[in-house]
Design a protein around this ligand. Structure first.
Ligand SMILES: Nc1ncnc2c1ncn2[C@@H]1O[C@H](COP(=O)(O)OP(=O)(O)OP(=O)(O)O)[C@@H](O)[C@H]1O
Ligand SMILES: [Mg+2]
Length: 186
């Protein structure tokens, strides 16, 4: 197993070991820090993915965005092209389950959003470090997207997803900010 896959496996194990209680409490704290930040407040169109398993809960963030009359964009992946296309989500009924339990927007039910229009991208990932290095799920989808767009990025992480130093490759894109239960750590 290479080093990235080793860290991915180790982090998944730590995430799965989180109790429901910790998961709910920590997700709520992280969301609170994000929503109170100037990055969130200054953004009108926010890109998010639909959380699954033990990813920081994004359902509450999407509901909060709608409540604040912000717009939410969710990516739909094309696995052959390793690309993503964003769609505006206005209801959770516009989602369908695709690969590995990932919920993605139904193109026929949503309006496409040009990626240049996004004000803020909440970047999913398994592991992060202080320098903004990020380990995703291994497809290179976000590395490709972030290499193209200059949009501000924020990652949400439980403490077990933070490492002192992650090994990166030349194509790996850094995230601008990281929010934990303690607030912005970068
Ligand atoms: N800009 C790019 N152009 C072409 N290939 C890329 C690019 N970025 C990443 N890749 C390829 O994608 C593959 C997966 O990359 P990596 O292991 O960094 O995934 P990841 O960061 O975990 O995934 P993701 O970005 O989807 O969260 C690698 O083989 C890498 O070479
Ligand atoms: Mg990468």
């Amino acid at each position: 197993m290479n080093q990235k896959n080793f860290i991915r496996a180790k982090t998944k194990e730590a995430l799965e070991a989180m109790s429901d209680q910790d998961y709910i409490r920590d997700s709520r704290q992280i969301a609170e820090h994000l929503v109170n930040s100037s990055y969130w407040q200054a953004s009108q169109l926010i890109a998010l993915t639909i959380s699954r398993h033990r990813e920081v809960d994004t359902y509450q963030l999407i509901n909060q965005a709608w409540k604040e009359k912000k717009r939410v964009a969710v990516p739909r992946t094309n696995v052959n092209e390793k690309s993503m296309r964003f769609y505006e989500l206005s209801s959770f009924s516009q989602l369908e389950k695709r690969y590995s339990d990932l919920m993605e927007p139904l193109p026929e039910a949503c309006t496409p959003v040009a990626e240049e229009q996004l004000d803020l991208i909440i970047v999913p990932g398994l592991a992060f470090d202080q320098s903004g290095a990020r380990l995703g799920f291994g497809g290179g989808f976000y590395d490709r997207l972030l290499a193209r767009v200059g949009t501000k990025t924020v990652a949400l992480a439980f403490s077990c997803q933070l490492y002192p130093r992650l090994l990166t490759e030349a194509h790996d894109q850094l995230v601008d900010h990281i929010v934990t239960t303690d607030g912005f750590v970068r």
